[in-house]
Design a binder for this molecule. Structure first.
Ligand code: ZN
Length: 452
């Protein structure tokens, strides 16, 4: 008995040959595991909390990468978030396994994983709703624990663009602590690509989740200006997954061709996290529904990891789609808040440069004309030929340089020899503002407990 008590904490987490064991780790065990990994792999991991749940549990994030503690110029920020519905356990398990896989791969000098960790900073949040998780039971579908401790569905609690009340509710006030923490996180890191992991279905859902019946409504889908990219991203996951692309249905769910669906076409919802990421924070996010049963028996977890492992890794690599770089003044200073538009893509909020003057724009291979603008500078139009970046672990690098005068627009930008001074950073909700179309409130469908 004494022996068991001594070795149990170790056996709960790691066996040197085989990685993290497969069972449902509770909040304390998860915390201890993350701390242990952070101590064991300090060179490539950084453990931090973005805030606390209603009941005071830390909302832990493990950043993994070659420079895990801070952003590196040109290195895109990626994130996975699981368990925002506390009773959907599989994503939480998979993200702990993913952390383990990444650090063990680094230890073993796996060349593919090394390139991944050298080319992106990967933020992994195993649980956004630890209070709900702790309150959950084990029913496959209708289990309690979906909501946070205040009984709120966190995936309905974000500011919604398509809601008529969005203007007075776009701040964090009055929102659940877990949602406020997420919004604050999006203000402090410039994420490029993301996914949030759920259970109760087997499909990838992509924005929008809502509509006001305007131009975004195409057929039964609510289509973003980056629909081509979203569909591609969704298929990357579903086709890298062992079976999702076959469109297998769960219970009475719809059949999903290719294992993907537009969120609104599936069912409309207001206040969801993926729309918030894309519209307000210019981070492309998918919703991954990873298992028909929200709480499968623990002995099924190894097979679930096997089915999802490659898809989770392949999806991270897509952070290297498109173009990245900086917008600079003619004298080489970074321009924060410069608007980087791709002609033909009328985003509700424009993509803007961050405090370092950096931008990241996920695009499929092709030719695109950019329109880059900044107050007091000439507007620059430039056409770029964009290759496929993921195979090389890098998007196309291109810097735009703007003239501080009226008149002829600059035609080309240097990509080296610059020593800009960083500008001060003032966190703000969202990264831009546009004229506001008149909107109608569309009532989202409330599916209640048992939903995905
Ligand atoms: Zn869910």
């Amino acid at each position: 008995m004494t022996f068991s008590l001594v070795i149990l904490p170790v056996l709960l987490f790691i066996s040197g040959c085989c990685g993290l064991d497969f069972h449902y780790h509770d909040s304390l065990q998860t915390e201890r595991y993350l701390l242990d990994i952070n101590t064991t792999f300090p060179d490539i991991t950084h453990l931090y909390s973005i805030g606390q749940s209603v009941q005071g549990r830390e909302l832990w994030v493990m950043a993994v990468g070659s420079n895990p503690r801070q952003h590196t110029e040109g290195i895109p920020e990626f994130k996975y978030v699981a368990n925002m519905h506390g009773n959907e356990f599989v994503g939480r398990v998979l993200l702990l396994q993913l952390i383990d896989h990444l650090v063990q791969g680094h230890r073993d000098n796996d060349p593919g994983l090394s390139r991944l960790l050298n080319s992106a900073r990967i933020h992994i949040m195993p649980s956004m709703n630890p209070d709900g998780f702790e309150a959950s039971d084990t029913h496959c579908v209708y289990s309690q624990g979906r909501f946070n401790h205040n009984g709120v569905d966190l995936n309905r609690n974000f500011p919604g663009f398509f809601a008529g009340h969005r203007l007075r509710r776009q701040g964090g006030e009055g929102r659940e602590l877990e949602v406020q923490a997420m919004m604050g996180w999006l203000n402090t890191e410039s994420f490029v690509l993301s996914a949030n992991l759920h259970g109760g279905a087997l499909v990838v859902s992509y924005p929008y989740d809502n509509s006001n019946g305007g131009v975004e409504l195409v057929g039964r889908a609510s289509v973003t200006p980056d629909n081509d990219v979203f569909v591609y991203l969704a298929k990357v996951f579903s086709y890298s997954h062992a079976s999702m692309h076959r469109g297998n249905r769960c219970r009475d769910n719809l059949a999903f061709p290719d294992g993907i669906t537009n969120g609104y076409q599936w069912y409309p919802l207001s206040g969801g996290m993926q729309d918030y990421n894309y519209i307000w924070a210019q981070c492309l996010e998918l919703t991954l529904e990873l298992s028909c049963c929200k709480y499968p028996p623990a002995n099924e977890l190894p097979a679930l990891w096997k089915e999802n492992k490659q898809a989770l890794l392949d999806y991270i690599k897509q952070v290297h789609l498109g173009v990245k770089g900086r917008v600079l003044s003619w004298s080489g200073l970074p321009l924060e808040g410069a608007v980087v538009e791709v002609l033909g893509r009328n985003n509700l909020f424009p993509f803007k440069t961050d405090r370092r003057g950096e931008y990241y724009r996920l695009l499929l291979p092709g030719s695109y004309t950019f329109r880059v603008s900044y107050p007091g500078h000439d507007v620059l139009r430039e056409t770029l030929s964009v290759p496929y970046g993921p195979d090389d672990y890098s998007a196309l690098v291109h810097h735009f340089r703007l003239r501080e005068a009226t008149g002829v627009a600059a035609s080309h930008a240097p990509s080296s020899g610059l020593s800009p001074t960083p500008l001060p950073w003032t966190p703000a909700n969202g990264r831009g503002a546009v004229s506001i179309p008149r909107l109608l409130w569309v009532v989202g469908v409330w599916f209640g407990a048992g939903l995905i």
